[in-house]
Design a protein around this ligand. Structure first.
Ligand code: ADP
Length: 294
């Protein structure tokens, strides 16, 4: 009669190279079995392919590392921009003081230089403000039911001045209710619609369309304009922090808006992309998954 030797069982995780060249992770457990004299007569056991489990673990570790790096980066951005505010305020205060105390005695060139300093510090102040917004995005995220039609209508009310100034026509397609981060979504629409109004083509009356369609387990939104368009070479670059394609004398801005948009969409587990051709207008698409469907 044969019997299993429980005390000598062993377990192991190891990799194997399959004939097709794949590397698979295996888990195995084996027991020796003994003959009637107590001698090992052979082994029995099982081996299971645990590759999917191993890959899941690696992906989880990568996601955790990425989340940690992101948190560090946000903390750095927050502290750096916070600390930059103070010296900037000092510069602005002293420029005002010079104007106030010596304004009448200053030669025109000096006044011009002081104006350059004021303008540069106002720009830096705007950059710091936008960076702070970027670093704070998603800090207090609470998932709520959002009616994106109401949200877009409110955004358009806030942008009424820019819409009127551009003499733009804004059209809304169907816009769904979804679960999302309300403050962040408002900012996302605000940035994309204001860009659609800002980067308008001279001599063409601006037309903006905002709508969404169902796509798989989520919604695909589009913000379409008939503005100046973007050369294909820059389609990826514009989503990076501080990346702008125009000088500020042509179009005002800090180059943070689309980086914010990308971050907001990714907070929702979605993605943001652009389809555009120089001179032919642009369409910014973003996909937001529906948690109820996932
Ligand atoms: P900002 O608007 O402050 O310049 P953004 O990050 O919002 O920064 O946009 C980055 C750049 O992408 C813009 O400077 C512009 O060159 C380009 N861009 C963004 N939206 C549009 C658009 N709707 N049409 C044409 N170009 C755009």
């Amino acid at each position: 009669m044969l019997r299993y030797e429980e005390t000598h069982r062993y377990e192991a995780e190891y990799r194997i190279l399959t004939p097709s060249g794949d590397i698979r992770w295996m888990w195995a457990r084996q027991f020796p079995f003994l003959d009637w004299q107590g001698q090992v007569a052979g082994h029995t056991g099982i081996a299971v392919d645990i590759t999917a489990h191993k890959e899941g673990e690696a992906a989880k570790r990568r996601a955790e590392r990425l989340a940690m790096e992101n948190r560090e980066m946000e903390r750095f951005t927050y502290l750096a921009s916070h600390d930059l505010k103070e010296p900037l305020r000092t510069i602005q205060n002293f420029v005002s003081l010079i104007h106030y105390q010596h304004g009448d005695d200053l030669p025109p060139t000096l006044i011009e230089y002081l104006n350059f300093i004021s303008e540069a510090s106002a720009r830096m102040s705007m950059l710091i403000k936008d960076l702070l917004v970027y670093s704070r995005l998603g800090r207090q995220k609470v998932l709520v039911e959002v009616d994106t039609r109401v949200l877009v209508e409110e955004v358009l009310q806030d942008l009424a001045g820019s819409v009127a100034e551009a003499r733009a026509q804004v059209e809304l397609g169907s816009l769904p209710c979804l679960k999302g981060y309300a403050t962040e979504l408002r900012q996302l629409f605000q940035n994309l619609i204001s860009n659609a109004l800002k980067f308008r083509q001279e001599g063409r009356s601006p037309h903006v369309w905002v709508g969404a369609t169902r796509k798989g387990k989520g919604w695909r939104f589009a913000i379409k304009d008939n503005g100046i368009g973007i050369d294909l070479t820059y389609h990826a670059k514009i989503f990076e922090l501080f990346q702008r394609l125009h000088h500020r004398t042509e179009y005002e801005g800090t180059g943070i808006g689309l980086a914010n948009c990308k971050k907001i969409v990714e907070l929702h587990g979605g993605y943001l992309e652009v389809e555009s051709e120089l001179g032919q207008g642009s369409t910014f698409f973003f996909f937001i998954p529906d948690p109820a469907e996932a």
